[in-house]
Design a binder for this molecule. Sequence first.
Ligand SMILES: Nc1ncnc2c1ncn2[C@@H]1O[C@H](COP(=O)(O)OP(=O)(O)OP(=O)(O)O)[C@@H](O)[C@H]1O
Length: 667
Amino acid sequence: MATAFGGAPGDARRGVASPRPKGREAKNTFCRNVTIYGHCRYENTCPYIHDPAKLSQNENMKKRFNVDSPSFTPLQASTNGALTPSARSAAISPKAANAAIFTPKSQRSAVSTPSLHTKEPATEWHPQEFQEFVPQTFEGQMVDPSASASVLGYDPFNTSSTIPSISSSGHQTSSINPYVQDPTGASYYQNANTFQSMPAYHLYWQIGPQPTNLLAYQRTAHDFFIPDSIREDLQKKSEVGRQILPNSTLPPIEQYHSLVCLDTTQHKAQSVFGYPSWVYKAVSGKDGNTYALRRLENFRLTNENAIRSAQPWKRVLNGSVVTIHDAFTTRSFGDSSLIIVTDYHPCSKSLAEEHFKPVPMARFHGRQAVSSHVPEQVLWGYIVQIGSALKAIHSVGLAARLINPSKILVTSKNRVRLNACAIMDVVQFENARPISDLQADDLLQLGRLILAIATNNQTAHLALPKSMEQITRSYTARLKECIQWLLNPQAAPGTPTSPTAAAPMQKDIDTFLTGISDQIASVFDSTLHAEDTLVTTLGRELESSRLVRLLVKLNFINERPELDATQHVAGGTTPAPSSAWAETGERYYLKLFRDYVFHQVDANGLPVTNLAHVLECMNKLDAGSEEKIALISRDEQNVLIVSYRELKRGVESAFQDLLKAGRSTGR
Ligand SMILES: Nc1ncnc2c1ncn2[C@@H]1O[C@H](COP(=O)(O)OP(=O)(O)OP(=O)(O)O)[C@@H](O)[C@H]1O
């Protein structure tokens, strides 16, 4: 059996001597027999030289370097390093000028590192098929990098249907903007207009930390989708946000309809507002958004200006304040009620529910669960977030007035928002206190809130020395100092707050934020980490949506015999109705590919539902990989060997025909 190199297997191991030289080569070689045995038995017929004197002069000269050797001449500067045309270079075919740029193998194969011991399959070279690589996104948009955006007339924020670009000839051309709604929907699919063999980007670009024990090309199924916890959380929120009560007796209020009560308490006593209060989720008929409506039952408006005091709150847009949208009174419930319209945060609960809700333990016959210790970092998170909310509120001359565990919403893990702003301004409009008093009171209430959560006791401030002892035992001196500062009454002018301080300590939100700046930096850093994680997650979803669009495309085109008939009538390329998808048709393999991807069965004929297989196939199809797959007909009589590249070409052409057919029939 001959190997690829023409020798018999094992030749190399047996150490066979190299073949005897022939012709001119032999004439310049001294016979080894003369060297070893002193004479050659075949001197008459042996092609080697037996007389040392007969060795050619040329051969000797070649081996020595002497004065006759040609001197070294560098290439002429004018040629810029290029070889001057010589007889040798002239022999190269002019076609070589069109040859593709050399690309190292390792770069060509992005799939895996090529093994040094594996032979590359011999590929036929068709120069017309291979072009110089140009990233697709910029194909036809090669611009002078020095050209400014204004010269190009390109406004990245303009949503007009085309993006002007400069062609290689320097003329401005228009290319499709894939982000614009287009009636045909064609531009929504990547590479809609042309067949492109390689995607212009690296799929599944990795951001952030990776599992270390995987090879470069390996992925886990989780790498393709957002983490289960986030997905579950978002899905729950979406479900709860869309929830409606079919037989609800709650009336629509103004433009708000589909009311759902969010309060689980059946019997309402007077709440912190002085009125029984209810919270509803409702959909606005004006903008279709969902809002939270807080209703204060039996509220009588005695002064028109009272309701106007909610107006400035609309301008408080802070991440730690539930945004206020509107305030009005209504008689829709059969009484006179005050309604405050705020942002709706699905699946949220109050800080009271988070930290003070008794958890009955069935195993211990109704006894309450032992309180759990709240980590200090969580408490600092609350302090910084509420501090930021107070900064936004105080700087527009308002006061939060209610910093109470039941009126602070926990909208996601450790994310809190003040939820009762504006209400006290309306309700206690007549007996309003000076704003400086109210703002100082905000700081005091914040101190009580943190003390209550840290000691797991809502009335901890009533037994302050004992509570502070508890804080000393469980938390750092830094946190204790912070709580003490907040709980201290406003320093009177001229009273130094520390023995070393000459001037009285000013007690306002700015002083407070300056005092906790180290903690703000640490919370800010955690927020940045959380943001990085979310961006990574978003990146994964980007690729999932790409696959969804490819799947949609596949399903649009697969098995459309009726479309072939339309094309035939409309002058399409398909020869006869339904023939393209028939067993002899040019699109038959797309049908088989669908079976290959989705309808696989195991050796026992049982369906295989392997997500990794589907993702692998879809990505290879999208990339137009050269890899070949065997597609087997359903009766198992025929096997078609097709590359993903051919499949991709087939998908594109079928989809283009589909679009053409849609346009020609006016659909
Ligand atoms: N803006 C909002 N978005 C989403 N849910 C909210 C919103 N405001 C309140 N809720 C939900 O409504 C529930 C009740 O809120 P509320 O402020 O009435 O608390 P409460 O404990 O019932 O206090 P009170 O005894 O004063 O009525 C909260 O636990 C929360 O789940």
